[in-house]
Design a protein around this ligand. Structure first.
Ligand code: CA
Length: 236
């Protein structure tokens, strides 16, 4: 459940979206401050502490892009960007600016709440001991023992596939670009290797019996990369 003390700054100039998102977040128990332009966002952020920022890209006065840069000058607060449909380059730029995640309009408020929860969990993960076991539906990952079970049966993964799966599964809902995955999984930094990630994902999906068109675990985020879909199992 949401920690009621978490404070969220919502920056959105469209009143209907602002009202709906505020209502959904408040229902989850978050404190929400909603502002309608970039200048108000910067002022609010300077005045108060926030645990997370939901930031529209196209804003009056100061753009979401500039607000994001301004916040990043002083803070690592998780930022979720909202972008209009089809602005694919903006999405990638959003991640490049230091946003942690993005959603394309029109989005479901439920989806936004799920992303907020996942990001807050990630941001505060360092405060709790690192989990040794990740469980999602039928998937069970023993990170310390380097073992993966699907419906109770052990699956044989290569070292790269294992790292890829743990990287994605540790922060469900978080979008990873191929480049980030190359660095985390393969440990080197060269553009030509981005497609290597695609083939690791393909092999991993085959072993997890995960259909890319209707994934249980790993979703392709077109033009960007991949994210893990599942919420943790209730019984963990
Ligand atoms: Ca807007």
């Amino acid at each position: 459940m949401a920690n009621p003390s978490r404070r969220i700054l919502l920056v959105e100039d469209e009143k209907s979206i602002r009202d709906v998102v505020t209502a959904y977040l408040e229902r989850e128990g978050y404190w929400v401050t909603a502002v309608a332009d970039g200048e108000a966002a910067i002022n609010a952020f300077e005045k108060s502490h926030y645990d997370l920022v939901v930031l529209d890209l196209m804003l009056p006065k100061v753009s979401g892009e500039d607000v994001c840069r301004d916040i990043r000058d002083t803070s690592d607060v998780p930022i979720i960007m909202l972008t209009a449909k089809g602005e694919e380059e903006d999405r990638i730029a959003g991640l490049g600016l230091g946003a942690d995640d993005y959603l394309v309009k029109p989005f479901s408020p439920r989806e936004l709440v799920a992303r907020v929860r996942a990001l807050l969990r990630r941001a505060h993960a360092g405060e709790e001991p690192q989990r040794d076991r990740l469980a999602y539906g039928g998937l069970d990952i023993d990170t310390a023992g380097h073992k993966v079970f699907l419906d109770g049966n052990e699956i044989d993964l290569t070292a790269s596939e294992f790292k890829l799966l743990v990287t994605l599964a540790r922060y469900p809902g978080r979008v990873y670009t191929r480049m980030e995955l190359v660095e985390k999984v393969l440990g080197y930094d060269f553009e030509g290797y981005e497609r290597t990630i695609d083939s690791h994902v393909k092999n991993l999906r085959a072993k997890l019996d995960d259909d890319p068109r209707d994934p249980t675990f790993i979703r392709t985020v077109h033009g960007v990369g991949y994210r893990f879909e599942h919420e943790p199992a209730e019984d963990e």
